[in-house]
Design a protein around this ligand. Structure first.
Ligand code: GDP
Length: 455
């Protein structure tokens, strides 16, 4: 038995929802719900909503709608009900307490989804996608989450396992029942299967490069000498109507990281206390700090004042970016600019040189389109391509690839087929760990502890 509200207790909304799951949830509900039209709860069908009142010792607590879901057709596959109350803090808390008083227990974070997994309605990959969907910061991230919930990655993993099993079933039979006349599985068949499996796993592994960017954003640093226009650029980016901004503590001291999603381009901007808020020259960041920030970044945007000749400090900035993925911005294009894109001091470093005006926003569109191309984000077709966004999955896929290679070596070393089979079982185990078939309790607990309450 468990229950929970899933509108935040500290937020006030139009409605609040208290959710219960478990065999006895209707009994608990019975002790506190008076439907307007008297109907025995046992007779209420699943997927119906009843109007009535929550009562505490015959005193009306709130007017509510209760949705009923009957096992096995519910989120958790157990009997479930959701009490839709008015959304104030006090009322939601009061109903939650009444449920507890009447025999329910409080759910752990992620417990509803964990039950859906443990009861076999969804696999671990699908359960994990629920967190991704809830935490999505961009449409691309949301779409990869929804695809995973639909089960396309699970199916891909299952197909790969099946391909291995189709070959290995014959091996196992010949090990267990040498007297049976099964098709001899030749080493060639095993090697062909391993090659094909390796190619498929490597494509999945590679997709994590983009998956990570989709999920975490392209870690982007803006560097430039004082007055080049760094804070104006940052403000222009953050002010975009469609920018969704989420703040993080940066990994380097004194930095804040802000996730900005602009027209599907996920950027994690590394902002230093020195860039945005410094009014005072003394606080502006120096070359050493710029270097440190640039080192940490996937992408460095170096900004120069195009209305002035380059200074020594500018040259040092160019030096910092020469080994990085970078974009050069020639800012203040609205003024009389004396620097331009064809200048060899820039073009010897990168082809990505754009004139912009941070003050009036000219050139920003071009900047986004270049970023999207640089990271091949415009090439991903989320309708067809499977993208791995979760490090746990990526690590298991890498481990499976290692085990494919080990298996191949045992074949090439001329090991007997029962030894080869042991190595190949390791691949199956890695894949089973991804979908949760052979996963340990510790891993399950760790995964679900990241969920929010009520899901
Ligand atoms: P930072 O020190 O690199 O962060 O530079 P700021 O963003 O504070 O800009 C320095 C000065 O240049 C400010 O007075 C800005 O208004 C001005 N500035 C920044 N970008 C532009 C631009 O595109 N055009 C013009 N005309 N002025 C700009």
């Amino acid at each position: 038995m468990l229950l929970l509200r899933y509108l935040r207790l500290h937020g006030i909304g139009g409605i609040g929802i208290v959710r219960m799951s478990g065999d006895e949830c209707f009994e608990v509900l019975n002790r506190m719900f008076r439907p307007k039209k008297i109907d025995k709860i046992e007779n209420i069908k699943g997927y119906t909503i009843k109007y009535g009142f929550i009562v505490d010792n015959d005193e009306i607590v709130d007017e509510v709608l209760v949705s009923f879901f009957k096992a096995p057709r519910s989120y958790t596959t157990e009997n479930m009900c959701e009490i839709n109350t008015h959304g104030g803090n006090i009322i939601v808390r009061k109903i939650l307490e009444l449920c507890l008083k009447n025999g329910a227990d409080l759910a752990e974070p992620g417990e509803f989804t964990k039950r859906a997994f443990l009861n076999g309605r969804i696999d671990l990959l699908q359960a994990e996608s629920v967190i991704d969907i809830i935490n999505s910061k961009s449409e691309r991230e949301l779409k990869t989450g929804v695809k995973q919930l639909e089960g396309i990655l699970s199916k891909k993993i299952k197909d790969i396992k099946q391909e291995i099993l189709d070959v290995m079933v014959n091996v196992d039979v010949s090990i267990d029942y040498p007297e049976y006349d099964v098709d001899d599985v030749t080493n060639k068949q095993i090697l062909d299967m391993l090659d094909s499996v390796q190619i498929k796993l490597e494509i999945l592994e590679k997709s994590f490069d983009n998956g990570k960017l989709i999920k975490e954003g392209i870690k982007t640093a803006i560097i430039g000498k004082p007055n080049a226009g760094k804070s104006s650029l940052l403000n222009a980016i953050l002010k975009e109507d469609r920018a969704i901004v989420t703040e993080y503590e940066g990994t380097t001291r004194d930095t804040i990281e802000e996730f900005v999603n602009i027209e599907g381009i996920p950027l994690k901007l590394i902002d230093t206390a020195g860039i945005r808020d410094a009014k005072d020259e003394v606080e502006k960041i120096g070359i050493a700090k710029s270097k440190e920030i640039a080192n940490e970044a996937d992408l460095v945007i170096a900004i120069f004042d195009s209305s002035k000749e380059l200074t020594e400090e500018d040259n040092q900035i160019l030096n910092i970016i020469k080994d990085k993925k970078s974009i050069i911005l020639l800012n203040k294009a609205d003024l009389n600019s004396i620097l331009d894109e064809s200048d060899s001091r820039f073009s010897c470093i990168t082809n990505n040189i754009i004139k912009i005006s941070a003050i009036n926003g000219d050139g920003l569109e071009m900047l986004y389109s270049i970023i999207s191309k640089m990271f091949s984000l415009d090439e991903i077709n989320l309708d067809n391509d499977i993208v791995i966004t979760n490090l746990r999955h990526k690590n298991l896929i890498s481990k499976a690839i290692e085990n494919v290679k080990n298996s191949r070596n045992t074949v090439l070393d001329g090991m007997p087929v029962d030894v080869i089979a042991i190595f190949i079982k390791d691949i199956l185990e890695d894949l089973g760990n991804i979908t949760g078939e052979v996963v340990t309790d510790d891993i399950i607990n760790e995964i679900f502890s990241k969920f929010c309450l009520g899901k």
